[in-house]
Ligand binder design. Structure first.
Ligand code: EPS
Length: 403
């Protein structure tokens, strides 16, 4: 099985990622990891930190001459901002410089963090709960997506809405749920297009209206959230299972998206809308095309019974507004135990475009987990042989079983 661990504080020296369990002989170019790290930094509405950081991964182990060895891969991302925090964050410092941050931000992990860990300074809670950690996740997810490309599986994303501002044109989303996609549909192409937009949307009018909304939020010292959609293409039938609660692919994907900072909602396919519809309006008719089963639509979002159908997986996520407000709402000052305005501190105003990139990475990770579970292999060649044989025999086996 694959697993990854990340370590690092937001204003510490940097972030470490250890990735384990991928087979040998996968070609990993560092530039691809750096490319996705840079994508995570994009988006109109980010805060001052993104001007300081230029996230790049250093490969410390597990890869030799651009090929995985099958051993743990360790990656390092330097925090450029560390230079401004050395004294305040020094792991070896003997005299603590407590800032004594005493005003928790509603919606952030400040209050629950100091409560749970018995911490004397809210700074101690801020550091690890910060979304800075997601840079390390994107590094891990980049290895997963490189691996998935060997199987023809790609992942893309787009922002659906920010602050309740949706596109006037729903063709793009409809074509996903209607399964009205070209045969060679490649989900990455969605990202290629939306990466050109400052808020990762498809059309200019939508972008303009969102940027106006962000500007007005900024003026008020407020923040915004939004919804984003992640799509996976090129999947085989049969990832995940219905046999246990912890083997279902949709459950794993919901977990992976919900694990991203500030995400409060996840939906697979047309989940919530289906709850308001008749069965005949929600389910996807089964069709047969050239020795392959397909569906007349894809409202299931590519998963039935916890198992991939082979159609694109479609996941919608909802991110709440960033919790750090320049015009703060009320909290309790822990030093006086009296009501007080919460604290101001540098942060993003909107991070939904970045969240969508992080979602791609986390989804890549989960899909890679399921591919490895199903096809195994200590080398990429062995994994691909298993995969090809399974796909080749799939339809013939069903035909024979039901003759
Ligand atoms: C982030 C780094 C953080 C925040 C943001 C995401 O940097 P700083 O706290 O130094 O400004 O900008 O984190 C949050 C919004 C949050 O609530 O934790 C990053 O690298 O993405």
């Amino acid at each position: 099985m694959i697993r990854f661990l990340t370590a690092g504080e937001s204003h510490g020296k940097g972030l470490t990622t250890i990735v384990e369990g991928f087979p040998s002989n996968i070609k990993v170019e560092k530039e691809i990891i750096d490319f996705h790290l840079a994508r995570r930094q994009m988006g109109y509405g980010r805060g001052g930190r993104m001007k300081i950081e230029k996230d790049k991964a250093e490969i410390l182990s597990g890869i030799r001459f651009q090929k995985t060895l099958g051993s743990p891969i360790s990656l390092w991302i330097e925090n450029k901002d560390w230079a401004n925090w050395i004294e305040k964050m020094d792991p070896e410092g003997k005299v603590p410089i407590n800032e004594k941050i005493t005003l928790p931000r509603p919606g952030h992990a400040d209050l629950v963090g100091v409560s749970k860990y018995n911490l004397p300074d809210i700074r101690n809670s801020i550091e690890r709960s910060s979304a800075r950690e997601t840079a390390a996740r994107v590094a891990a997810g980049s290895i997963a997506r490189i691996y998935l490309e060997y199987f023809g599986i790609t992942i893309g994303s787009f922002v659906e809405s920010i602050g309740g501002v949706y596109s006037k044109n729903s063709d793009e989303i409809n074509s996903l749920f209607d399964n009205n996609l070209p045969k060679d549909f490649d989900a990455w192409k969605l990202s290629e297009r939306t990466d050109l937009s400052s808020v990762r949307v498809f059309d200019q009018d939508h972008e303009d209206r969102i940027v106006r909304k962000i500007k007005s939020a900024k003026k008020k010292g407020d923040t915004l959230g939004g919804t984003f959609i992640t799509v996976v293409s090129g999947l085989p039938v049969g990832l995940g299972s219905f046999v246990h609660y912890d083997t279902k692919l949709d459950a794993d994907l919901a977990h992976t998206i919900m694990s991203i900072n500030a995400v409060k909602g996840v939906e697979i396919g047309t989940g919530f809308k289906s709850a308001d519809s008749y069965g005949s309006e929600s389910h996807d008719i089964i069709t047969l095309e050239e020795s392959t089963f397909s569906r007349g639509s894809n409202r299931a979002g590519g998963i039935e019974g916890g198992i991939s159908t082979g159609l694109p997986i479609i996941i919608r996520g909802a991110m709440k507004p960033i919790a750090t407000l320049m015009s703060p709402i009320n909290a309790v000052d822990l030093s006086t135990m009296e009501a007080a305005e919460s604290r101001r501190e540098r942060s993003d105003f909107v991070a939904v475009p970045a969240c969508a990139v992080i979602a791609e990475s986390m989804v890549a990770w989960t899909i890679a987990e399921h591919i490895i579970k199903k096809f195994g292999g200590d080398s990429i060649e062995e994994a691909l042989d298993n995969y090809k044989l399974y796909n080749k025999k799939l339809f013939a086996r069903i035909k024979k079983n039901f003759k």
